[in-house]
Design a protein around this ligand. Structure first.
Ligand code: COA
Length: 535
């Protein structure tokens, strides 16, 4: 009771939403419960996150990506794939940020469903874009065979994992594999394509065809150990490079290999870090529980920036229209960042689009990375907006976002609909990282708008067929559409499908942005060329 009176309704609401997020994450962390951990222990194996904890530097955080991937996918024979069946994330090894990609063999033997593949490839894409070495902890039964047509043959399917390994190693990004289980058929290439591969005696196997296939194809009867065990590949075939006796030894060997790497250096100056002026808890008070209510974004920006400093660009320009986007600069843990943030209801008017475009170009010219805080249901509609050029000014903003070659990060804190998704650097605009919050709702339009559009179409169809809809049918149709759109825009639905890299809690935002900008600035920032604006 006391708690309730001290906390605002907003804070109570968002903390409850984040508790639901925790529940889902707990399911991803413990697939199969304690029984699965015991089965692993009987094979001399540890849960994959424990291995990652030993691989990364002591007392450093592992930034795990896409933890709620795979829930509610309803694949043939499988409703959920907890965590997507694979753990990905960024951690420090000998002081250098490294991408870690690790199969969770507790989820259908670590096999690859479409979402597993998407998560693996997304982690590799981040590594390549940011210039990170990769460590693979490989324990997979390969393609999830009932869905081979959806994971094997196409670009963006299984072969792309190895294509990426080859190209990254050619760029000087180390690809190190620790085999901790059976890696069969296509999956064997994760061992053989590595710059250096570590195998564990009696635990790791790699073969292009397992014993049953060999027997069927050639009649040869052979054990997995003799066909492609750790000794075979480190002593006979030469397909792997280091033989270890346990998972712990294997982890130590990977750390030893990476200890010879050149330390990473930030490519931009870092200023002394200052704590924000407000505690992270204040963020919970700032966001109304309804995503259709306006927000005041400036206090939020002050709550995540060093010393609460946010220097605004064109603060007094076209107030009421231009300030539906707030632009400016701030520092996050000493790194200077340009900001484009939705404000109030977030509807983008021409003045706001023009201001945002200018600011994206200016930050790109200064080689300052950009943070997009997205809470916009779209660009302004109607004849006044159309005649005033909202289409061309919106297009200019989209062009600026597309061509800006500074690192971009999107954080979704509210509605994320229509072309505002493009102008505010949604997934298609290749932000280095894309985070959501429990308030983020991503869909082509809101449930309410979709309900009206689809109802108008249905209404006409039914009237044309001589069976007009009754008021009751209209109401039911509208409600059904609202429910469908709102559930598909929900952070759980979007997070399950990897439409973001992680659903962040409000109190995690500053730490995650600091990590993400730092990692994004390990490569030199390129010059931007914007092509033809309309203005
Ligand atoms: N496709 C679909 N399901 C698979 C699978 C695959 N490639 N590999 C394993 N599974 C399933 C199993 O049927 C089992 O399902 P269940 O829990 O519903 O019974 C679950 O994953 C666990 O597999 P299991 O064999 O019990 O695990 P294990 O630890 O004893 O052995 C492997 C792991 C990988 C050595 C073994 O599963 C295997 O050899 N799989 C086939 C590998 C293969 O030939 N892949 C070729 C694909 S390119």
């Amino acid at each position: 009771m006391g708690d309730r009176s001290e906390k605002s309704e907003n804070r109570i609401f968002w903390e409850e939403q984040e508790r639901l997020l925790d529940e889902l994450v707990n399911e991803a962390v413990m697939p199969g419960g304690e029984g699965a951990v015991e089965r692993l222990a009987a094979q001399g194996k540890q849960p994959v996150r424990e291995l990652i904890g030993k691989l990364t530097d002591p007392r450093t955080q592992f930034y795990e990506l896409s933890r709620i991937a795979g829930f509610g996918m309803n694949y043939p024979g499988v409703k959920d794939v907890p965590g997507g069946g694979i753990v990905t994330g960024i951690g420090k090894i000998h002081g250098s940020w490294t991408m870690i990609i690790a199969n969770d063999s507790r989820v259908k033997a670590g096999t690859y469903f479409p979402i597993t593949l998407k998560k693996h490839l997304r982690a590799q894409a981040i590594a390549e874009q940011c210039g990170l070495n990769c460590v693979y902890i490989a324990d997979s039964g390969g393609a999830y065979l009932p869905m081979q047509a959806d994971v094997f043959p196409d670009d963006g399917h299984f072969g792309s994992m190895f294509y990426n390994m080859a190209r990254m190693s050619a760029q000087g990004l180390k690809q190190i594999t620790l085999g901790t289980g059976g890696n069969t058929a296509g999956g064997a290439y994760i061992v053989f394509m590595a710059c250096e591969a570590v195998m564990i005696d009696g635990m790791s196997y790699s073969f292009l065809g397992g014993p049953p296939l060999v027997r069927a194809a050639t009649g040869e009867a052979i054990t997995a150990e003799d066909l492609g065990g750790a000794k075979v590949h480190t002593q006979i075939s030469g397909g792997a490079d280091h033989l270890c006796g346990s998972q712990d030894e294997g982890i130590e060997k990977v750390r030893e290999i990476l200890s010879m790497e050149t330390p990473q250096v930030l490519k931009v100056p870092r200023f002394p870090e200052e704590p924000p002026a407000e505690p992270a808890e204040t963020i919970y008070e700032l966001f109304p529980s309804s995503i259709y209510r306006g927000i005041q974004i400036r206090p939020f920006l002050r709550a995540i920036s060093d010393a609460g400093h946010f220097i605004e660009y064109k603060e007094s320009y076209a107030v009421g229209r231009g300030d539906n986007i707030v632009a400016g600069k701030m520092r996050i843990k000493g790194l200077t960042v340009g900001v484009i943030a939705s404000n109030m209801l977030g509807i983008i008017f021409t003045e706001a689009a023009k201001k945002a475009t200018e600011w994206i170009v200016r930050c790109s010219n200064e080689k300052i990375p950009l943070l997009f805080v997205q809470s916009s249901p779209g660009y302004m509609v109607g004849s006044e907006a159309e005649h005033g050029g909202i289409g061309k000014y919106g297009a200019d903003m989209v062009r600026a976002v597309s061509c800006a070659r500074v690192p971009k990060i999107q954080l979704v804190t509210g509605p994320d609909n229509g072309a505002a998704n493009y102008g505010m650097s949604g997934r298609a605009y290749r932000p280095h990282f894309l985070f959501s919050t429990m308030r983020g709702h991503t869909s082509v339009m809101s449930g309410k708008s979709a309900g009206e559009v689809l109802l108008a179409l249905e209404d006409k169809k039914r009237a044309d067929s001589g069976k007009p809809m009754s008021d009751e049918e209209r109401r039911a149709f509208r409600e059904k559409m609202i429910e469908k759109y709102d559930s598909e825009a929900h952070p759980f639905f979007c997070g399950a499908r990897l439409l973001n890299d992680r659903v962040l809690k409000f109190r995690e935002i500053r730490d995650w942005l600091a990590m993400a900008f730092e990692v994004s600035l390990l490569k030199p920032v390129s010059e931007s060329d914007f092509g033809n604006f309309r203005f």
